[in-house]
Design a protein. Sequence first.
Length: 407
Amino acid sequence: MPRAEPGGPRAAGSPVGLYPRLSAFYLCYFGAIGVLVPFFSFYLQHEGFGAIAIGQLMAIPMAMRILAPGFWGWAADHTGRRDLTLRAGALLATGGAALLWGASGYAAVALGLAAFALPWSGLLPQFEATTLSHLGTRPQRYGLVRLWGSVGFIVAVVLGGLAFSGAGVARVPLVLVAVVAVTALAVWVVPPAPAAPAEHAPQRLGAALRRPWVLALLLVCILQQAAFGPYYVFFTIYLDRLGYSTGAAGLLWAWGVAAEVLMFIFAPRLIERYGSRLLLVGALAVSALRWLLTAWGAAWLPVLVLAQTLHMAAFGLFHAVAVLLVHRAFPGRLQGRGQALYSALGFGVGGALGSLASGYAWAAGGPALTWTGAAVLAGIAAAVAWRGLARNEEAAGPIEAGGATGK
């Protein structure tokens, strides 16, 4: 874990050990995601659920991200106590995850997923706002803290691929509860973020949303996360159908996220040099290529490894740029609601639609149709980003150390 501020010495007035504590949350949070996303659908298949039911159940956590982040964002911004909302959400998420341990049948699993995801969905966007507030005038350094989430995901999928093979897949709910509980502990040790200045920020959410580039950005996030739907729901099942072992599946998940870590390291320099619009469009184009390779070449290991390597841009670069653009679009006291809106629309609406659609596409046409559809969505998102962020310095320009360019 890092022991100083990423990219420089600890800022004056920052609590001792701040950056390791921020990094610890991402490590644990995405460790839990590394259990839930690659292996819970595989666990459901082991329990006898069909493709459509799996798609519906895995859409529940995504759907909870539509409304829940907005509620938690509103509570944090209006009370001024984001630290308390984070701690309450972490405790409730641990209790909800515990319901999945021993849950049997469609209704019980659906209830457990909903009880877990409702508070869990509010954690990340509020913690993103906390992290960016602590980073102050150096928001482009976000990726160097966030990369520890990728490390947590890698550890989880590699160990999970070994632990959940054969009959071991039955352990998935128990391991998920344990990692969520550790995440709750990580939340409690992070100090409150400094108050965000609001003098140059729109005072109402509607004022921020009236800017065309902001609407285009949110639409791009919805399309991109919908394109990821098949990956989050069926990738491990797809690999199992192709004859890859559970351990190999874990390593392939890990390889993609390792590439993502590399991108988070270099993202600050890329953003400063090339600007947001070019990088966002490039990441989406790479995403489309990745899904085409997955659709038609996954039976060949070198092609599959290449497709997973492209995760560095398809997710890593896209997310690094998108989070900073949302931070720019919703400054000051709108930060919590801005990150919540990004989560609700992208991971919530987009993720839920992608999960549902992937279940029906898988049942109707199999993997090739499912991932080809994902590539089409990513291509549409690239076109929207190219046009929607054009001729707007605030949206397309570089993010400098002293703050956003433009307005």
